[in-house]
Design a protein around this ligand. Structure first.
Ligand code: PLP
Length: 399
């Protein structure tokens, strides 16, 4: 067992953490750019970005400056009983970047999705009465681990031990619009929730025309369209928001992961007609939109929304596509490569976890997305050299 400078051992304390995760025996002590360093000084090139959170990499000076400036104000938290400037400014900036409406701030992706369900239900109750309360989600979806968001997540093994979950959730098939007709109902459906690029479900970009058809059906049947951009939003696909690829404007846009620059933050951007149904007391969360995290999020949003930043994400994405397509053409064990921007999945015949483990031994961190997909979510700020190096290391361990 090795120890950190302060004498903290890898195993000490580990047993005290609830066993819902199974991390490898590596203790990270610092990070810089796209690299993590463990307590023995080994360096790992990180193509996971903390599962899509660290969009600006480790030790980013923009984030550090924003944290320091916010700390200097003395305000980390005030509660939502009082107004603070960073949250109000961030809300205005998100509205400016999306569509006319209002923003609810919270602390995670799951919490943001649950907030979106509540807004959709209140709105639907007004237009269709109490029967109009169901949520329709899709096969392959992942929306979080709380009782409502888990109910809308297509992972029976995650759901089973915790039943009953939120009732009234039905699943349809994105590839088969005929299944939509039976599940999306004018009388009973409040909301449809969809990830424009399914992340945990295997990095599956939804075809833009499918999203447009879905939008049209939701309009026709007075159903709220929720786009969950927790993983694919905020620059990840090479556009500020993934919905820009299809031109489909959601009624409720859900954001989280990279928004807080590594601090916990989720947000629901609600179009005005939806935002306007919510009144004081309808929903709340103690920490949501605190001045420290909101100040940091403003700096993240400002960096990511720059045209040159997004253009670079798109060009790095082309570099990845080229490399992965070449790898796929040379291996029968790679069935497909999918993705856009800096969000990629490599569909194998099997054994994604083995590839992830071997990559880690090689000093490269990548993710799985299910049992047969290796997933790449590099920092959006990764250098050309680091990306090329990462792709070389990956090729060494791909079947
Ligand atoms: N929605 C999507 C698309 C996600 O990928 C995730 C997490 O991976 C969530 C929601 C849940 O976010 P959180 O873990 O912050 O609750």
């Amino acid at each position: 067992m090795s120890t950190t400078a302060e004498g903290y051992g890898i195993l000490s304390g580990r047993e005290a953490v609830l066993g819902t995760y199974a991390p490898p025996d590596i203790l990270f002590v610092s990070g810089e750019g796209s690299w993590l360093v463990d307590d023995e000084g080994h360096r790992y090139l990180d193509l996971t970005s903390g599962i899509g959170v660290n969009a600006l990499g480790y030790g980013n000076p923009t984030i550090h400056r924003a944290v320091r400036k916010a700390l200097d104000s003395g305000l980390i938290h005030t509660s939502n009983l009082f107004r603070t400037e960073p949250a109000e400014r961030l809300a205005a900036e998100l509205v400016d970047a999306t569509f006319p409406g209002k923003v609810f701030f919270c602390n995670s992706g799951a919490e943001a999705n649950e907030g979106a369900f509540k807004i959709a239900r209140k709105w639907a109750g007004r237009v269709g009465g109490p029967a109009k309360h169901e949520v329709v989600a899709f096969r392959g979806s992942f929306h979080g681990r709380l009782f409502g968001s888990l109910a809308a997540t297509d992972r029976p093994s995650y759901q089973r031990p915790f039943a009953p979950l939120m009732p009234g959730v039905r699943f349809a098939d994105l590839d088969d619009p005929r299944t939509w007709d039976d599940t999306i109902s004018r009388e009973s459906t409040a909301a449809v929730i969809v990830e424009p690029v399914q992340g945990e479900g295997g990095v599956r970009p939804v075809v833009p025309s499918v999203l447009r058809e879905l939008r049209a059906l939701c309009d026709e049947r007075s159903v709220a369209l929720i786009l969950d951009e927790v993983q694919c939003g905020l620059g990840r696909t090479g556009r500020l928001f993934a919905f820009e690829h299809s031109g489909v404007r959601p009624d409720l846009l859900v954001l989280a992961k990279p928004l807080g620059g590594g601090l916990p933050m989720g947000a629901v951007v609600a179009q005005s007609a939806f935002a306007n149904v919510m009144e004081p007391g309808d929903h709340a969360t103690t920490f949501g939109g605190g001045p420290l995290v909101a100040a940091v999020a403003r700096s993240v949003l400002a960096a990511i929304r720059e045209d040159a930043f997004l253009a670079r994400v798109r060009s790095l994405g082309e570099r990845i596509a080229h490399c992965l397509e070449e790898a796929a053409s040379e291996s029968d064990a790679i069935l497909e490569v999918r993705g856009l921007g800096l969000m990629w999945g490599i569909q194998l015949t099997d054994g994604a976890a083995d590839v992830v483990a071997r990559a880690r031994e090689n000093g490269l961190l990548v993710l799985t997305a299910g049992s047969d997909v290796v997933r790449l979510l590099p920092p959006l700020t990764i250098s050309d050299e680091d990306l090329d190096h990462g792709l070389e290391l990956l090729q060494e361990v791909l079947p």
